[in-house]
Design a protein. Structure first.
Length: 334
């Protein structure tokens, strides 16, 4: 099948985070004949029960093409027209999986060896698959990570600091608010001060950003709320320490702050002749560390359509990505 059909096949396998088993089995079965025909090896790298990474190699892998298997919810199946393929995961990142797989087929047919394919679970939540792979390196010197960059080579990506901010109060009848303490009022005051925190800037990555993504709390409209909480995602342009200190200073002990995730910003490998970009999202690359080699980041599709009801990937970019991944593997091998 061509890269378009393979993309649609992958999109139509629901693989929301923690439910990657079916797509992992499909890719294992797809890659097994390629491994047998060209003297390679394909394996399931255990992560959790019914969750595994898929790793295929031909020779000793100097270069590894890698991306993730999971998607965000909700699932919706593929459709296409002459120019675009739609569906959950079309650009984030099943188009990347398809392009990398077809690039591998082309490279093998040309006699190229010493590269691998690594598809991991859990990127959309906690990078558990990449963390597992980092503990099980296979000797690669270069990692080409696939995410939607519109086929431009990313110079760097912002990191992220995800936190939960919780406040506590005392319940009372809403007709007598003086007898209680509103946890929601406390939370709103804290969040207002956190929003005023100036975030660091970087000459390449730009400025940090803050998103209050979730707010919850209270019991009923006629009850003074005794608890409230919010989840925040801050995109950082450094290791995140200065942002952490500034946010904690703004909170000033008025709320409990629990760190859910911290991933530093990263600078990425470059190659002459490629159009470049900078991305504001976080990838699996920090979780890999140096275990799989120097990282590069490139893939078809636009991040602006990822995680949306209009997720899509242009067919022209898919076809070009197959060529790009071949070119990158050859250049890094040389």
């Amino acid at each position: 099948m061509d890269v378009f059909e393979l993309t649609r096949r992958l999109v139509d396998i629901e693989s929301i985070t923690s439910n990657e088993e079916a797509i992992g089995l499909y890719l294992f079965d797809y890659l097994a004949p390629m491994a047998e025909a060209y003297g390679g090896h394909v394996e399931k790298m255990p992560v959790e029960p019914r969750r595994f990474n898929v790793f295929a190699r031909w020779g000793e892998p100097v270069v590894t093409l890698s991306t993730h298997l999971d998607t965000v919810p909700p699932f919706f199946p593929s459709r296409e027209d002459n120019e675009v393929i739609w569906g959950r995961g079309a650009c984030d990142v099943k188009g990347c999986i398809a392009a990398m797989t077809k690039a591998a087929e082309a490279l093998l047919a040309q006699g190229v060896r010493n590269f691998g394919l690594l598809f991991v679970v859990g990127e959309e939540r906690n990078s558990l698959g990449a963390l597992t792979a980092a503990r099980n390196p296979r000797g690669a010197r270069f990692l080409v990570n696939g995410e939607p960059t519109e086929n431009r080579l990313a110079l760097g990506s912002k990191g992220s600091w995800r936190i939960e901010v919780a406040t506590h109060g005392r319940m009372a009848h809403s007709a007598y608010p003086e007898l209680g303490e509103s946890a929601i009022d406390k939370l709103l005051d804290v969040l207002q001060d956190v929003r005023r925190v100036p975030l660091p800037r970087d000459p390449v990555l730009g400025g940090g950003t803050l998103n209050i993504g979730v707010i919850s709390g209270g019991r009923a409209a006629n009850v003074i709320p005794d608890e409230a909480r919010a989840e925040l995602m801050i995109r950082v342009v450094d290791g995140g320490e200065s942002t952490r200190e500034a946010v904690l200073a703004a909170v000033a002990g008025r709320a409990d702050v629990r760190e859910l995730l911290r991933i530093p910003a990263v600078r990425l490998g470059t190659l002459e002749g490629f159009e470049t970009t900078v991305v504001s999202y976080t990838t699996d690359i920090p979780a890999f560390g140096e275990a799989w080699g120097r990282p590069f980041l490139i893939g078809p599709g636009s991040i602006h359509y990822a995680h949306t009801a209009e997720e899509r990937v242009p067919k022209a970019q898919l076809a070009r990505a197959v060529e790009i991944y071949q070119e990158i593997v050859k250049r890094l091998l040389s």
